[in-house]
Design a protein. Structure first.
Length: 253
């Protein structure tokens, strides 16, 4: 469903392995792109450690500030997978064995006796939470309030997220255009500032690059209003031409 309201989200990546540099995060880009397509704008992304107090404090802060919070990481079977415990504490409820989650794991592993204490950790969820199903490795995520808790493994997270399609309220998706100005951004800065002032509802980004010894700038315009997007883009093209450049439209990823 879609409406004119702007829906916002924060992404929390939970894990010492991300902060140490040992593991490269792949989830933020996928989440941001997908949520934008659903009309949900990601306003913040935070990477936090596997520390209960930090998780509790951060979750309580961001769930009050945004329509949605999406977390990745820390819901596996090991000692450092403390996300479920921490989210329960943030909401002031118990972290309990979810009957449906337990049934899923029993079926997956082939019997209750195969669900050892480590695996049983993955059947826990805060009291009152709803499951987010996991078609890849079966251990589910969960939703409580406006907080959606998903796995850190990219393939699993992506499949969990796909299961939420059509279930979240969203506004109009943000559209974007991109122009290669073919010149350093310093030449364009003053003119871009003036265009931004005339189009405060359009996010105009300037991204310098160096390719084969040549310095240039990609200019990206973003807004949910297509008419305003087109008008701002045309002004940016005109500016580039006025400064002696040849604006080239780029594909927006």
């Amino acid at each position: 469903m879609s409406d004119k309201r702007v829906y916002t989200a924060c992404i929390l990546v939970i894990g010492n392995e991300i902060l140490s540099g040992r593991t490269k995060d792949e989830n933020i880009a996928h989440l941001a792109k997908t949520l934008n397509e659903w009309g949900i704008r990601v306003r913040e992304c935070r990477v936090i450690p596997d520390v209960e107090d930090t998780i509790v404090r951060t979750v309580n802060e961001v769930r009050a500030a945004f329509d949605y919070v999406f977390t990745t990481g820390g819901i596996g079977p090991t000692h450092d997978d403390i996300t479920a415990d921490s989210i329960a504490k943030a909401f002031g409820v118990k972290n309990v064995i979810h009957p449906e989650a337990l049934a899923i794991l029993v079926g997956h592993y082939g019997g209750r006796d195969k669900v050892n204490p480590a695996r049983l950790r993955m059947a826990h969820a805060p009291e009152g939470a709803e499951l987010i199903h996991n078609p890849v490795s079966k251990a589910p995520g969960f939703r409580i309030g406006n907080v959606y808790v998903m796995a850190g493994v990219p393939r699993i997270m992506q499949n969990m997220l796909e299961g939420l399609k059509g279930k979240l309220a969203g506004g109009d998706p943000v559209r974007a255009t991109s122009i290669d100005a073919g010149m350093p951004e310093g030449i364009l800065a003053e003119g871009l500032g003036a265009i931004q002032n005339r189009f405060p509802d359009v996010d105009i980004g300037s991204y310098p690059y160096s390719r084969n010894g040549k310095h240039g700038t990609s200019l990206v315009m973003r807004t949910a209003d297509v008419a305003r997007l087109n008008a701002a883009t045309e002004e940016v093209r005109t500016l580039v031409r006025q400064m002696g450049g040849n604006p080239i439209d780029e594909a927006v990823g």
